[in-house]
Each structure stands twice: as C-alpha cells, then as structure tokens.
Design a protein around this ligand. Sequence first.
Ligand code: URA
Length: 201
Amino acid sequence: MSEVSWELLEHQIAACQRCCLCRGATHKVPGQGDRSAPLMLIGEGPGYQEDQQGLAFVGPAGQLLTRMLAAIGLPRERVYICNTVKCRPPNNRTPEFAETQACLIHLRMQVQLVRPKVILLLGSTAARVAINPSLRITHERGIWVERKGVWMLPTYHPSALLHDPAKKREAWEDLQRLRDKLQELGLYPDLYGQEAAHGDV
Ligand code: URA
C-alpha cells in the first residue's frame, strides 16, 4: 500500500489537473479542521467565498453550517470539513459526475488520513459519491449507512436550507440523529458524555 501523508495530499491537490475545474480556480480548497476528528463533513464544492479564501464552507452556507453544529453543541473546529471537489465549478454549478470521480483520489486520501468514525454527507452530490450514484436525497436523507465500520448520514446541503427553509425541520431531525450516534459510539465524550446528554441541547 502506498504511503499517505498530509504533505502528499497537499502536494497532490496543488498539482492536480485531473479535470477542467482547476483552470477556473483562484485557490484550490482542500478542506480544513481537526485532522483526527471522529466526525468528517463532506460538502459539494467550493463557492465564491471558498474559492477566494481557499477554505471550505466560509460563505453563507458555511455560516449556517457552523450554527447547525453549534445547535448540537459541537464546535466547528472539532470536525474535519471538505468537499467532493476541491476546485470551484463555474457559476457554482453542480459538479459533474466525472469531476467528482476525478477528484475522488483526494477525498479517499483524506478519509484514509482522518479515519473518521462518522461522516455527515451534505447534499446529494456528496451522498452520491459516498453511498450510491443514484441516491435521491429527499428519499434517503436521515438514513444511516454503515460501510467498513464507518457510519454515514446523508442530509440536506445547508444551501438547500437557505433556499427552502421548510427543509430545516428535517435537517434538525438529522442533526439529532447525528448527535445520538456520536453519543452511542462514545465519540466526543466531553460533549456527549452522560452529563452532557442531559444538558440543554
Ligand atoms: N458549498 C459547499 O458544498 N462547499 C463549500 O465549501 C461551500 C459551499
């Protein structure tokens, strides 16, 4: 098995020309956060702000995501956040399947490095890449999928919640499922230990 390292990942993403998206990128957006987090979040792809700053989920959807995590008592710095594609698609269009496949080599390496126990899949693009290419987010959100000991939960993308606030109720249910799973697995014991479980969430 080839050696993986954060240095190799960074170099591999910086040098990547595996699809056309790299041509329009101001900055590539590898992802950031706690590199040994038990929870990984995977979004779709960088938007305008992310492309400008080289950081994932720093625009309006990212701000909502930060508030959503805070609502279950989880500081954003305690998770690792990345996207299916590391370069911004033109006009924020949805990445094409071929683009997500070209970028999968980076995502796989990130999963190998972080070794998360739980993955929250934000939106249909991430859920299709990780679970099933024909997944329908409206039907399959909120349903846990376990693969090789890793628990994955598809939910709505925060941008979808900004466009359609009626989806927020289901998204909140998914967040509670996430919090319950983290507690059941004994992850983040300082946040979800017995005392915290009876706290004010
Ligand atoms: N939407 C995403 O899917 N990812 C980001 O990083 C920002 C917005």
